[in-house]
Ligand binder design. Structure first.
Ligand SMILES: *Cc1c(COP(=O)(O)O)cnc(C)c1O
Length: 359
């Protein structure tokens, strides 16, 4: 703390990102990165963009990337906003579209950045409890509000909400924004993007960090009615006109064009998840049904923090949230088959040892 800090800074409660350990020999299953490398075509495009042209500013509207996303998602570039990560797109969304008189609504268990943005932009919010099985029910959101935002699948639970339910909310609250954060949608859900043509109050946000293996490039985007996109552009151009650099525009565009690679890596993650869930359930874990590239689980007989610490001692990092209702859960990113086999092996040995102590 310092006398030079602004009042705003004194009042902030910043987001705490998952650990990025220095050691390379760790099995890192704590921040939902993709275990597979980015598309070779994306890497080649980035290498090609690393040229003397870096002397020049990038295209302020990243038109090449907007076109690549438009082609993939069958929308027009006017329906697309791009930003330096979906976290940045989310931040602009909170200021541009979720700051109204009434409090906004989001689940009590969700992406922990949402309340942080509310703090930064002084946006009132109310949390809506998920049901006991961590399912989200649209009926709980049918009341006057300044907007609704949730991830689908939700984080850190991995539970998917059916598209019909999202449409039910859009129809019931035409005067409120509905923002769906689809960071994990490609691992087993159906995107709500098809609904933006019908519902002018829907904004869908996606990222290249998870399903397209580009967390290090920092690219995210939003799709919605051109009027919503215009609001985001107004905020962006009041903040940073060039949020995406030349390497990011080139790499992200090429990643979108390489559909075959994208489908192949998503399918691999999904197959590994199916196998991992079966193994974990065999070990006695309760695993929340996941449509994401992570699983959320607890063991009825073992404290989550103790398990996390043990895994860490065995060079496996997973995420624990010190929060009411979920402090006995662990969130585990789907790694490669080999990484997941090692995880199961370490857990099995630990549980067997504990059992032999107890008997
Ligand atoms: C990972 C994640 C993001 C952030 O993605 P970036 O584009 O890397 O900033 C946004 N929302 C949710 C729910 C996430 O899990």
């Amino acid at each position: 703390m310092s006398q030079y800090w602004s009042k705003v800074v004194h009042g902030l409660t910043p987001y705490v990102p998952g650990e990025q350990p220095k050691m390379n020999d760790m099995i890192k299953l704590n921040t939902n990165e993709n275990p597979y490398p980015p598309s070779p075509k994306a890497l080649a495009a980035i290498q090609q963009a690393a040229s003397e042209d870096l002397r020049l500013y990038p295209a302020p509207n990243a038109d090449q990337l907007k076109q690549a996303i438009a082609d993939y998602h069958h929308v027009t570039p006017q329906q697309i906003f791009v930003g330096n990560s979906s976290d940045e797109v989310l931040a602009h969304t909170f200021l541009a579209l979720l700051k109204h008189d009434l409090p906004i609504l989001f689940p009590d268990i969700t992406y922990s950045f949402y309340p942080v943005y509310c703090g930064l932009y002084e946006i009132a919010f109310q949390t809506v409890p998920l049901r006991d099985d961590f399912s989200l029910h649209i009926a709980d959101y049918l009341r006057p509000n300044g907007g609704v935002i949730f991830p689908n699948p939700n984080a850190p639970t991995g539970r998917l909400l059916a598209l019909e339910e999202i449409e039910r909310l859009l129809m019931a609250t035409p005067d409120s924004m509905v923002v769906v954060d689809e960071a994990y949608i490609d691992f087993g859900g159906t995107s709500a993007i098809a609904l933006v043509h019908t519902y002018p109050n829907l904004l869908v946000i996606q990222t290249l960090s998870k399903a397209r293996s580009l967390a290090g490039l920092r690219v995210g985007f939003a799709i919605g009615h051109p009027d919503l996109i215009m609001a985001l552009e107004r905020v962006k151009n009041s903040f940073n006109s060039y949020p995406l650099d030349r390497l990011a525009i080139a790499g992200a565009s090429a990643a979108f064009a390489d559909v075959a690679y994208f489908k192949q890596t998503c399918a691999a993650v999904i197959a590994t998840r199916t196998e991992l869930v079966a193994s974990l359930e065999e070990l006695g874990f309760d695993v929340v049904p996941s449509s994401a590239n992570f699983v959320f689980m607890r063991h009825p007989q073992h404290d989550a923090r103790t398990l996390q610490a043990y895994l860490r001692s065995q060079a496996i990092i997973v995420r624990h949230f010190n929060q009411a209702r979920i402090n006995q859960h662990l969130r585990v990113t789907i790694g490669t088959d080999e990484q997941c086999r090692q995880l199961v092996l370490v857990l099995r040995e630990y549980l067997q040892r504990q059992q032999s102590f107890a008997s």
